[in-house]
Design a protein around this ligand. Structure first.
Ligand code: TYM
Length: 330
């Protein structure tokens, strides 16, 4: 059995990008792997967020995980903030990552460029340190993520290797795994930009109703011409819709292209809308049932206990490696 870990940050309503990039594939990992799946609530504090909204988003993500088929008997589901070892390991690990490396992270550069200097919290800068701690605490080999998070996982590999070289093998060195189709779903209003939680016009939110989903897809920005062809450079809009279609149908882009030879953009968009609705509406129904039943409370409570049992061992190993004295009762 391998070990797999991933997390989602509760900063807004999840999008079709989050669904295709990671959520939809998560359940398939739990059959053959030990999975640690969490809500990165501490990471959500790296930009200003209303406390009520943070609580609501955190519950939503727990319900989304369950609606996506994660089974608490097979996977460990928890809140990052419930396992204090994440923060404790970050305090140690921050000494093995460098200012230069952190300032080169694309996500930091993007987010920081939108803030005034005095508005950039330290947490935004040290974001990848906490993320490396999330990953390394569970000795996991595989980290399923969308393409935008690969750079952070690479940095986590670097710090794990650096640490192991200095102190002997302490960490398992993980690798990022992106889905073959759909590792980067683009905005519907500007298909040269990633679909992200903070772009109402270009997003399909996982809680959008059927009518809204159809409207957004039918009015998605497309390209000149009338051929449904995958060509991200010259036809970014059509290529993005083809990716969405192929990912949801679990087929290759080539197979998707073949289905639409000779059709026009309107017919094609209609088929994409039908496909998204056919998956998202039943997903929303499962989400609502789970939310009402409050089943997520017990799941998160028990998940935190299981996660802590593992995290504690890794943290103790690290503390020992660096020379922190253990005077706890035996
Ligand atoms: P977050 O919350 O931004 O996104 C959650 C996951 O969704 C993927 N994703 C996408 N995939 C395809 N197309 C898109 N348009 C798209 N947008 C987002 C992301 O790549 C991610 O996999 N830093 C992480 C949370 C995190 C984490 C971790 C992940 C914290 N600690 C440890 C893995 C391991 C984040 O903000 O993801």
């Amino acid at each position: 059995m391998g070990k797999v870990l991933t997390g989602v940050k509760p900063t807004g309503t999840l999008t079709l990008g989050n669904y295709i990039g990671v959520l939809k594939n998560l359940a398939s990992y739990q059959e053959d792997n030990e999975c640690y799946i969490f809500i990165a609530d501490l990471h959500a504090l790296t930009l200003p967020i209303d406390p009520e909204l943070l609580r609501k988003n955190s519950i939503d993500i727990a319900c989304f995980y369950l609606a996506a088929g994660l089974d608490p008997k097979k996977s460990v589901l928890f809140l990052q903030s419930s396992v204090s070892e994440h923060s404790e390991l970050a305090i140690i690990l921050q000494n093995y990552l460098y200012m230069g490396e952190l300032s080169r992270m694309t996500q930091f550069k993007d987010k920081a460029s939108k803030e005034k200097e005095e508005g950039i919290g330290l947490g935004l800068f040290t974001y990848p340190v906490l993320m490396a701690s999330d990953i390394l605490l569970y000795d996991c080999e595989v980290v399923p993520v969308g393409e935008d998070q690969v750079q952070h996982v690479e940095l986590c590999r670097d710090v794990a290797n650096r640490f192991n070289k200095r102190y002997g093998k302490t960490f398992v060195v993980p690798k990022a795994e992106v889905s073959k189709v759909g590792k980067r779903i683009m905005s519907l209003s500007d298909p040269t930009k990633k679909m992200s939680k903070s772009d109402p016009k270009g997003d399909i939110y996982l809680l959008d109703d059927e009518k809204t989903i159809r409207k957004k897809i039918m009015s998605a920005v497309t390209d000149l011409g009338n051929e449904v062809k995958y060509d991200p450079e010259n036809k970014p809009g059509i290529s993005n819709l083809l990716t969405i279609y192929a990912a949801l149908k679990d087929i290759s882009i080539e197979e998707a292209e073949k289905e639409f030879v000779g059709t026009n953009y309107g017919t094609f968009k209609g088929a994409v809308a039908d496909t998204v609705i056919a998956q998202i509406v039943p997903f929303q129904e499962r989400y609502r049932k789970i939310l009402e039943s409050k089943e997520y409370e017990k799941v998160l409570r028990e998940g935190a206990q299981k996660a802590k049992a593992q995290a504690k061992n890794t943290l103790a190993r690290v503390q020992k490696a660096v020379g922190l004295l253990d005077v706890k009762e035996k």
